[in-house]
Design a protein around this ligand. Structure first.
Ligand code: IPE
Length: 256
């Protein structure tokens, strides 16, 4: 059976994070072209970047379930649908068969619905490519919350145990420190491992790079390798899926 790849496209790659509501068409098209050449089934998750995060900050929506401004809920969700549509259209132009879906199709609040997630996998195996995204989701009563694309990665990975889990961000991988920018090519998640981070960016309601690394470590600690690559060099996404990554960080989850 063909490999299943679970790929997160960070908001910093698919949008210009410092320009409100600006999709990075060049980056998206480059990724679509590479995905169209992949010899694997794929499920894509994308982030919010200057769409979801922009409006979430304006309306003060966060990951904690609360009774947020109802209009804000609507605007944040709509902005994510708009970004999803831009990405899906680029993929269609590249000859892919994307199928956009909000996470509420396979989650209840922040809880996964395993049977629905299996259906997402069946869709991927039928050569149609699910493309989901971080979103504002209903929690209970009048409460909503932001569910990040990174948290979705952990949910999907735990239920489906894909052959490849890839995070494409705007940097080459995990750096030893920001001063030297020395790339860590491999990290083993065994025992207690803590990584220190400099301050998260002010335009990100879900925790920036720290959040991604935290989710990558969670996935790796359940026995899967996680590959962190630079999405602005889309060939690296293909290399990661094909097991031939040259530049990036592998967060190793298996046995040493
Ligand atoms: C955020 O998703 C979604 C919303 C703010 C609605 P992510 O947290 O996964 O987005 P990025 O990748 O960091 O931009």
């Amino acid at each position: 059976m063909q490999k299943l790849a679970l790929i997160k496209l960070g908001g910093s790659v698919v949008t210009f994070k410092d320009r409100p509501l600006a999709a990075n068409a060049g980056a998206i098209d480059g990724i679509s072209r590479v995905l169209a050449q992949l010899d694997a089934h794929a499920i894509i998750v994308h982030g919010g970047g200057s769409f979801g995060h922009y409006w979430s900050l304006k309306y003060d929506l966060h990951t904690k379930p609360a009774s947020y401004d109802a209009h804000g809920v609507s605007v944040v969700h709509e902005s994510m649908i708009a970004l999803n549509q831009t990405i899906v259209n680029s993929m269609i132009m590249a000859g892919l068969n994307p199928y956009g879906m909000p996470p509420s199709v396979f989650t209840a609040g922040h809880r996964p619905i395993a049977a629905k997630i299996k259906q997402v996998q069946a869709i991927a195996r039928s050569k149609v490519m699910p493309v989901t995204f971080g979103d504002v989701v209903h929690a209970e009563g009048s409460k909503y919350s932001i569910l990040s694309g990174d948290a979705l990665m952990t949910m999907l990975a735990k239920v489906l145990r894909p052959s490849r889990v890839v995070f494409a961000t705007n940097v080459d991988g995990i750096y030893k420190d920001m001063a030297s920018r020395e790339l860590v090519s491999e990290i083993w998640v065994t025992g207690k491992k803590s990584i220190e981070f400099s301050k998260a960016s002010g335009t990100d309601v879900t925790g920036g790079m720290q959040r991604k690394v935290t989710e990558a470590f969670k996935i790796a600690s359940s026995g899967m390798d996680v590959l962190m690559v630079n999405g602005f060099v889309p060939e690296r996404i293909a290399e990661a899926v094909e097991g031939k990554l040259r530049v990036g960080t592998v967060v190793k989850g298996g046995r040493r």
